[in-house]
Design a protein around this ligand. Sequence first.
Ligand code: NAP
Length: 333
Amino acid sequence: MPSLRPKPALFNPFFRLTTSGRLRRTGAGGAMRAMDAAQVFDHESGASEEPDQRARLKIAIVGFGNFGQFLARTFAAQGHAIIGHSRSDHSAAARSLGAAFFRDPHDLCEQHPDVVVLCTSILSTEAVLRSLPLQRLRRSTLFVDVLSVKEFPKNLLLQFLPPDFDILCTHPMFGPESGKHGWSGLPFVYDKVRIGDSEDRTNRCRCFLDIFAREGCRVVEMSCTEHDENAAEIQFLTHTVGRLLAKLDLKPTPINTKGYETLLELVENTCSDSFDLYNGLFMYNNNSTELLERLELAFNSLRKELFGRLHVNLRKQLFQSPNGGSSHGAEEN
Ligand code: NAP
């Protein structure tokens, strides 16, 4: 059965890559070829053309590493036009995804994307944001971040972006490992930090969020503050336990139990992410330090409980005479 998904934008009959690398919509003839045909979200010709939930966006992914490429695959599969930029040259990977890649951030911004998705490591976000020539973007550009912490990028984007830009802070709470078989049922959190009132701006934001809804994600609107409070437990704890277990160098055995297999999977899931990501979860979430302290207290309390019981048992054995009486008493006689 043929796939119902639209083709990636660069192979889409409604787009072509011009000699300057710009993505342009081709003749209007194709636009109505199918009932399902999406409308391109084209600001260049003025307002967006019939922006609806199926509008096609030109999405720039800044930070085209592990997670950036993972997102690009699905964005492209839904028919959006993807352009990428990163510190390293990922042009071959971009090509294989049907995306265009620009080494120079000026070239990227001159493509006038509808949406810029910040997908850099948490630690490098500020430097990357500073390196973008924002003046080359359209005044109405939607900035989205997908960082695993939320208060930090929210404050950064509010501080650095011109007031005309829209800001949507998001966190797809899954990755290349946990989302390798699809995104259905996986949580996606967002906070509309600053979205203009006009119809094209609200539609553009809705269109971006719709990517995740269409994949079946559990889409949750939540403030960045609330996200970080929850994420310290959900995410930082999970990654910490995974990385702690990795230090034990656990190996599969012929008698693995289900529980043990879960631990091995946790190690694999968490350690396949970069240490930068884990470090970012600690450094840029205020709640992580407290969580680490609680974890240490919990471990010490558990150990104390175990050793306390061991101590009681040992004492019993030490002070019990072979005939069941108190050895202490026997000595007195
Ligand atoms: P990451 O190690 O957090 O980030 C890698 C990306 O950051 C690469 O594109 C890399 O550029 C760029 N980068 C790192 N240091 C840089 C620097 N000094 N200057 C410029 N760029 C730099 O790994 P990731 O898994 O790809 O995550 C990317 C973002 O997505 C993070 O903010 C993370 O919190 C978020 N996220 C990840 C997951 C996940 O499961 N992996 C899930 C949800 C959200 P190069 O490509 O040029 O090396």
